[in-house]
Design a protein around this ligand. Structure first.
Ligand code: DLL
Length: 433
């Protein structure tokens, strides 16, 4: 369903004209109000008034997470504090957290793109939205919440955790839409099973999952276990939070980016050159309607592909392929580039293991080692030791054949790897210590 048919189906020419107008206004505003951007533009010898077409975007400077950290907490804000009505932060794995701010209009825009996202996933006013994204500094909980209220649906602000209670609430309140990380959706399914509740029989119809990378195979698994449609939603705090892009339920192929608010580019992460549609690289976003924290060419580190082909849902906005990993999550193991999501895909193709795994990277002498811990299912666990060994070898071979790296696979008992209520931790890299 289209929430805002006018903007979501704008013909390309009109959309690009709107983007250009908004881009120029944003560039002028940051030049005038954020000393960091004035300096960057001056160094590049480029003035906001020089922007003539969307192609000129490539002359503008990039912004990185490091820039946000260097201006911690509020020094990249483009409005005085009295106009800021909300602050969120994203913890990240290293260094200081990244702090982001919103004006009242920003909160409205966010609720709008979130309402569009919920509608794209097939949610409607009469839905009961079971929101199990964390509430707090993380943008997941409140982002979904405001979008659901804007739509007029009934939102249950569960936040993460207290999983048994979540199952009871789903059962008793008749939740129809589940929103949480994909890994937590699987954990809720396990919890229901332990409680003797058949989650397939609940009223859940759709799940809107994101905030961490997941694969097509994981989608199949979630859809099968929960008997729902599983939709991928993407976003990042720096740009807004959830609601930057989402799949439509009609196609479930690629995430529509709300291009009247965010301009996407794909760049070569090594050279910074802009890549054409269809090529894989790092996603870069420029916000064109944000007031408190407008960002020019923000480097996400997320790896994706953009494709402009029209979609059967009628949206004209460009689609991004599901994020396969982050350029900074890429593991280099004995010189081979490996993304955790690639290992996940191998594991999900193997009968007998569960979608719960942990990668442990270490170094022995000068050689990197990769251990893949993965849970076997109840049936596999009851098999003979010899059969388990065969299974382990088979996974090692698949990883070697497909990714070219040697891994030691350790099969562990069902339900022994730690579950997460939010973003799952998939990698422990001991080499950094
Ligand atoms: O994770 C916002 C969000 C909340 C998105 C709820 C979707 C649902 P951050 O904590 O700032 O914000 O983390 C952003 O998470 O750069 C990606 O690396 C990753 N990420 C987010 N959504 C997806 C997704 C929220 N659907 C970072 N697939 C991003 C893969 C995702 N990675």
């Amino acid at each position: 369903m289209l929430w805002d048919p006018e903007f979501e189906t704008l013909p390309r020419e009109a959309l690009e004209a709107l983007q250009l107008k908004r881009l120029v206004a944003t560039a002028e505003r940051v030049y005038a109000t954020v000393p960091f951007y004035k300096k960057k533009f001056d160094e590049a010898g480029f003035r906001p008034g020089d922007i003539r077409s969307l192609k000129d975007l490539s002359y503008l400077p990039f912004t990185t997470k490091m820039d946000l950290r260097d201006h911690y907490p509020f020094n990249l804000f483009a409005v005085p504090m009295e106009q800021v009505v909300r602050i969120h932060a994203s913890s990240g794995t290293t260094g200081k957290q990244t702090v982001v701010g919103y004006t009242r209009r920003d909160i409205n825009t966010w609720a709008e793109v979130m309402a569009r996202s919920l509608a794209a996933a097939g949610a409607q006013r009469n839905d009961i939205i079971h929101n199990a994204y964390g509430y707090g500094l993380f943008t997941g909980g409140l982002g979904i919440h405001y979008g659901a209220e804007k739509m007029g649906a009934a939102v249950i602000p569960n936040s993460g955790g207290n999983s048994k209670r979540q199952i009871i609430i789903m059962q008793d309140f008749g939740s129809t839409v589940l929103t949480c990380t994909p890994s937590y959706a699987l954990f809720l399914s396990e919890t229901a099973e332990e409680m003797g509740v058949d989650i397939k029989k609940l009223k859940l119809r759709v799940g809107i999952f994101g905030a961490e990378p997941w694969s097509e195979k994981m989608r199949d698994e979630i859809e099968r276990q929960l008997n729902i449609d599983a939709i991928d939603i993407f976003g990042l705090s720096e740009i807004m939070g959830p609601g930057v892009s989402i799949e439509c339920i009609e196609a479930k192929r690629g995430l529509h980016i709300f291009e009247d608010h965010f301009i996407p580019e794909i760049i070569n992460p090594q050279t910074g050159d802009v890549l054409p549609y269809g090529e894989k690289g790092e996603l870069v976003f420029t916000t064109i309607t944000k007031e408190a924290l407008p960002l020019i060419r923000y480097r996400t580190r997320d790896i994706s592909v953009l494709y402009p082909q029209p979609c059967k849902c009628g949206r004209t906005h460009v689609r991004m392929e599901r994020v396969s990993g982050r350029s900074d999550d890429m593991l280099i193991i004995r010189g081979v580039n490996v993304f955790p999501s690639q290992i996940e895909s191998v594991l999900m193709n193997v009968e007998g293991v569960e979608p719960h795994y942990l990668l442990i990277v270490d170094r022995q002498g000068n050689l990197d080692t990769l251990e893949v811990r993965v849970e076997v299912n109840e049936k596999g666990f009851s098999d003979e030791v010899k059969e388990l060994q065969v299974l382990g070898r088979r996974i090692e071979k698949d990883i070697k054949d497909l990714l070219g790296v040697t891994a030691a696979v350790k099969l562990v008992e069902p339900k022994t790897l730690q579950r997460s209520e939010g973003k799952a931790q998939r990698v422990v890299d001991k080499r950094k210590i």
